[in-house]
Design a protein around this ligand. Sequence first.
Ligand code: DON
Length: 318
Amino acid sequence: CGALALAGRPENDHVDYQELLDAATAAARRTRGTGHVADYIPALARVDPDAFGMAIATVEGDVYGAGEWEQPFSIQSVSKLLTLTLVLAQGGDDVWQRVGREPSGNPFNSLVQLETEHGIPRNPFINAGAVVVTDRLHSLTGGHAAEAVLDFVRTESGNPDLAIDPEVAASEAEHGHRNAALAHFIASHGNLVNSVETVLTEYYAHCAIAASCRDLAQTGLVLARHGLRVDGSRLLSRSEAKRINAILLTCGTYDAAGEFAYRVGLPGKSGVGGGILAILPGQAAICAWGPALDPAGNSVAAVAALDAFTTLSGLSIF
Ligand code: DON
């Protein structure tokens, strides 16, 4: 792929996104056979581990795709980016008194730090932090946290058919002892406003939204456009968009955030459904999806694809 070795090229050169997507897809395919599909949510374990798709949406309004880029999958923790965005957009900055902004260095579903840190989760992108953010969003929306997230993805993607997969949400609720434990622990410190049951129901629901790489890339454009929505209205201030991207870089891929920054060099949010939504500020949003996960819960194929994309093109924040 000599023609693709563009690193070092001048900033505004023409970028052949389709060619880059094809090279990224080839890199993803080479990871076949590594990683495991998440099975702690039984309804997720039924997905083909070899599926792969990738989409790029540019701030100019172009969309490029490769593989199964229009196939819906369970967005899971990618929704944590959307809940935080909506909370900050609705003036919920006081959430920062209830959740931190530091990488945890621990697995996404860990409880250990909560005990010594008084029920204040390290950051909004681990499960504990996302539960607090969902609680805040639920209050801000008058009791419609998951619906607000779904509406947002529908509007930004222009896909009104998007929906929450009730089977996935029910499956997670049924096996959600770990999330119930951490939510109760947080509540014991007075850090939940709504009931544990309500917050978990909303949390499972927004995690269970089914959307494609195309839908998520188009939604992620809000952060690539420094806070502007698809209709040109402002959702976030430029500074808020910068801050969300910063937390995505440092905390978006859990205890592998250092490795992800090293390999990919973009802010990104992963989910155990195998999706990763990455932001190239000012330029594009990129979503890659492959269900087989590494031990940290990040998609092996999606990380490989994003690594190839930024390495071949030189398009990263660094
Ligand atoms: O709460 C959970 O465990 C899932 N609903 C989401 C976890 C997740 O996606 C972590 N991502 N890598």
